[in-house]
Design a binder for this molecule. Structure first.
Ligand SMILES: NC(=O)c1ccc[n+]([C@@H]2O[C@H](COP(=O)([O-])OP(=O)(O)OC[C@H]3O[C@@H](n4cnc5c(N)ncnc54)[C@H](O)[C@@H]3O)[C@@H](O)[C@H]2O)c1
Ligand SMILES: [Zn+2]
Length: 430
């Protein structure tokens, strides 16, 4: 754990150094670039090569795609409680995201010409579902439900298999339940490369979505422009802002939950208004660590990716949060202070309020997509929503009367910009 205090002169530098470790270092950037180049050059051959190298899976090109019958068969293996939980989460997520469905509109500008916009689903989307450490069944719902709500006609899903070539049945079942039929059992950089460049057995997609470890996230950053990319949702992060009203046992449980993801690059932050709160939470962390099964992986994050920050008050806490731009932010403070923090903090991926809103509810079932920007990218991007699966087209129609009104302005601009053919193309109609 790194213990910081806002009263220290070097606080800003120490916090910056801690946060910058969340961005992919040069070695990761270089190895990702090499794998992408190889997938571009050798297609399926490279995809199966890296699946064997990183996941130990010996696949032939024709085995990369999961058979549709296997998806249906996996759904039959679900326990009743699992099926019920998947459908319940799906319902909350679909209801939340239907509210974001944009409607096209047509109006008139000052010239009386028709102007408006229309929204269409992106034709072919690729969803990345992490599976390196644990099968993220919930990520199926947090991505595919939105793609379906947007109406994307082609949804291709990529997730790594285990060393025997299998994908967790619960994950396949969730895909079947939300109506996905095109699934590839490859993950990592090689999957992102296949999405961007296409291979003989995997048609390229128009835009790629979903979270992943530092390699996957860096691969998405590098293919941006060849295809679209939703955002950069990398290893999970949680910041808890706590005053004396926060329950130390709850705070500790939530920090441990986001540390357990297991890629080892997750980041957790405790921002507290006193040293006593930090000590109480740390004592709880030590006690609760004994109760969880993934304690080993979690300890790596506690050692390298945990910053506890003592602030002089909550105004400073807001400044720290706005700098870090954490993926998840829990605010557990007095009601009046909560309102103020909610107003002042403008860069968090998702905010969870009060003692009874653990981030895990947002991870699995509350409604908003858990695909959220990390590594300070929430300063400029937001969590996944339905409009990310759509594109917008603007529409303009002038008529014989209105073109004249537009012509006056265009001729002045054409002269200012020395683009007289532009001016002529309007004048010829007036
Ligand atoms: N920000 C979000 O919205 C969000 C949501 C859910 C999960 N997550 C994060 O997603 C991550 C999932 O990570 P994961 O590792 O379990 O699964 P993953 O599927 O993202 O990554 C596994 C793949 O990484 C590749 N890989 C591993 N080591 C490599 C190396 N040395 N070189 C090149 N490629 C390598 C392999 O191909 C492997 O298949 C976690 O960190 C979790 O916190 C983030
Ligand atoms: Zn989580």
């Amino acid at each position: 754990m790194l213990l910081l205090s806002t009263t220290s002169k070097s606080f800003a530098d120490e916090l910056a150094a801690f946060c910058s470790a969340a961005s992919a270092p040069k070695e990761i950037q270089d190895s990702v670039a090499a794998i992408l180049a190889d997938v571009r050059a050798r297609g399926d051959e490279a995809v199966v090569y890296y699946a064997a190298k990183f996941d130990g899976a010996k696949l032939r090109a024709r085995e990369i795609r999961v058979k549709e019958t296997d998806l249906a068969a996996a759904a039959k293996t679900l326990a009743a409680a699992e099926r019920k939980a998947i459908l319940a989460a799906h319902e909350n997520i679909a209801a939340y995201h239907r509210k974001n469905l944009p409607a096209g509109w047509l109006g008139k500008n000052k010239h009386g010409a028709e102007v408006g916009e229309k929204f269409d689903p992106i034709r072919r989307v690729g969803l990345y579902i992490p599976g390196g450490q644990v099968p993220l069944v919930s990520t199926v719902l947090m991505t595919a439900t939105l793609a379906k709500t947007a109406g994307c006609p082609e949804i291709a899903v990529f997730t790594p298999s285990d060393s025997s070539g299998h994908v967790a049945p619960a994950l396949l079942a969730a895909l079947h339940l939300v109506g996905v039929t095109e699934v590839y059992r490859v993950g990592g950089v090689q999957a992102v490369g296949a999405m961007a460049y296409g291979t003989a057995s995997i048609p390229a997609v128009d835009k790629c979505f979903g979270p992943g470890n530092a390699y996957v996230c860096e691969a998405k950053r590098q293919v941006f422009g060849v295809i679209g990319v939703d955002s950069l949702p990398g290893p999970s992060e949680l910041m808890v802002i706590a005053d004396e009203t926060a329950r130390a046992d709850y705070v500790a449980a939530d920090l441990l939950a986001q540390a357990e993801h297991g890629s080892g690059r997750e980041k957790i932050y405790l921002v507290a208004t006193s040293r006593e709160i930090i000590d109480a939470v740390n004592a709880e962390i030590d006690a609760q660590l004994k109760l969880i099964t993934r304690a080993g992986k979690t300890q790596t994050v506690l050692a390298n990716g945990y910053a506890a920050i003592e602030t002089a008050g909550l105004a400073e806490a807001a400044q720290v949060a706005n700098y870090v731009a954490p993926e998840h932010l829990e605010i557990i403070v007095k009601p009046a202070a909560e309102k103020k923090l909610l107003r002042e903090i403008t860069t968090a991926g998702a905010i969870f309020l009060g003692n009874h809103t653990p981030t895990a509810l947002g991870d699995f079932t509350a409604g908003p997509s858990h695909v959220l920007p990390t590594a300070r990218t929430a300063r400029f991007s937001s969590g996944l929503r339905v409009t990310d699966f759509m594109r917008r087209t603007s529409i303009v129609r002038y008529g014989p009367g209105t073109v004249k009104k537009g012509g006056e302005v265009t001729s002045v601009f054409a002269a200012m910009e020395k683009l007289d053919a532009h001016g002529r193309s309007v004048k010829i109609r007036c």
